[in-house]
Design a protein around this ligand. Sequence first.
Ligand SMILES: Nc1ncnc2c1ncn2[C@@H]1O[C@H](COP(=O)(O)OP(=O)(O)OP(=O)(O)O)[C@@H](O)[C@H]1O
Ligand SMILES: [Mg+2]
Length: 198
Amino acid sequence: MIQVRDLTKIYEFGRHKHYALNGVSFDIKDKEFVVILGECGSGKTTLLNIISGLEKPSGGSVKHDGQEILTLSDEELLKFRRDKTVYVFYTYFKRESEGDGKYAELAKMTAKVPKTIFCDEPTEILDEAKGRHIFKYLVKLQKKRGLTVIVVTHNPNVADIATKVIKLNNGEIVEIKENKNPASVDDIGWTPFKCADG
Ligand SMILES: Nc1ncnc2c1ncn2[C@@H]1O[C@H](COP(=O)(O)OP(=O)(O)OP(=O)(O)O)[C@@H](O)[C@H]1O
Ligand SMILES: [Mg+2]
């Protein structure tokens, strides 16, 4: 179980404060497939980085199975990340999709993971067939292996395969929706999309 409470992330530009996250709270149960949706610059990557222990917030709390990760020592945090999480950057797939065995490497990465997989725009630079293949693999990790999967994306179609959808806008949660009957990856629409600056 992941409990996120009142997360803020503030970037200061001189005297101006920019809230990349502004009071974000939610729970994620074990074995959920969570999709974090939002426009470009809405705070998705910042949120994923903080709940996975990659980045520190300006304030708030992130507990994994009751354990506050924001106050762990560097060494403890490293151990938490190594033993409990996998973080997939989208550039990873770029590299892999150029060679053979692109899924073999992901399988290797996830083989030792007991708990949570974090993915930031895992299919943004892939074509539809490869993108669907990746999402099918992630659903398999969730359903067959019992991992908690947390995916950040702009692609609203992907929300249909989630058990929970968290919608961000301007650093704030605008909607949390539970799906009792998630769609299968083959049945969702597919609209390629990229942020202008990314
Ligand atoms: N290191 C940084 N310094 C200053 N501002 C930042 C920094 N990182 C992010 N921001 C700002 O915080 C906000 C949220 O950024 P974030 O990257 O989390 O959004 P995002 O939803 O992942 O965007 P995208 O869809 O483009 O990937 C944006 O306004 C961004 O410009
Ligand atoms: Mg991002």
